[in-house]
Design a protein around this ligand. Structure first.
Ligand code: ZN
Length: 142
């Protein structure tokens, strides 16, 4: 297994044995992790279908919105190379899709710094997968 951190910030860590002990003794931690696991599986399934059926521009819009939601900001760093890896397309495909979103005045980007200029417009440009995953997360928070 390989973990990939997509953004900067602080994090905590603990040993696996300590984690297992905490998990066994904490029903609230168990519920939170089961909920997280359920959402992650749903997101993976949706992303697999998305990568097969939706165009790169719509997938890029979805990915940028999801990133914005996670970092709680409309401006963040993501290189075209990283986006190409996450979207399963060549770098030139990301450049083309980002150029289209830029021409529609939905995003601005320079040297990996991406700014969402028009969130509603970007939501319209995104495939339906963004709303599906966002709604699943809302349901799971109840
Ligand atoms: Zn999609």
């Amino acid at each position: 297994m390989r973990a990939l951190v997509q953004g900067g910030g602080t994090a905590l860590r603990m040993t696996a044995s300590r984690f297992r002990a905490e998990f066994k003794g904490s029903p609230s931690l168990q519920r939170a992790l089961f909920r997280y696991n359920h959402l992650m599986m749903a997101q993976i399934s949706q992303t697999a279908a998305c990568n097969r059926f939706h165009e790169a521009e719509a997938r890029l819009a979805r990915w940028l919105l999801m990133t914005s939601d996670r970092v709680h900001a409309d401006e963040f760093l993501l290189t075209h190379e990283f986006l190409a890896h996450m979207l399963g397309v060549r770098r030139v495909g990301v450049t083309r899709a980002a150029g289209n979103l830029h021409r529609k005045k939905l995003i601005d980007y320079s040297r990996g710094n991406i700014t969402i200029l028009n969130r509603k417009g970007l939501e319209t440009a995104a495939c339906s997968c963004y709303g599906i995953i966002r709604d699943l997360q809302k349901i799971a928070q109840v």
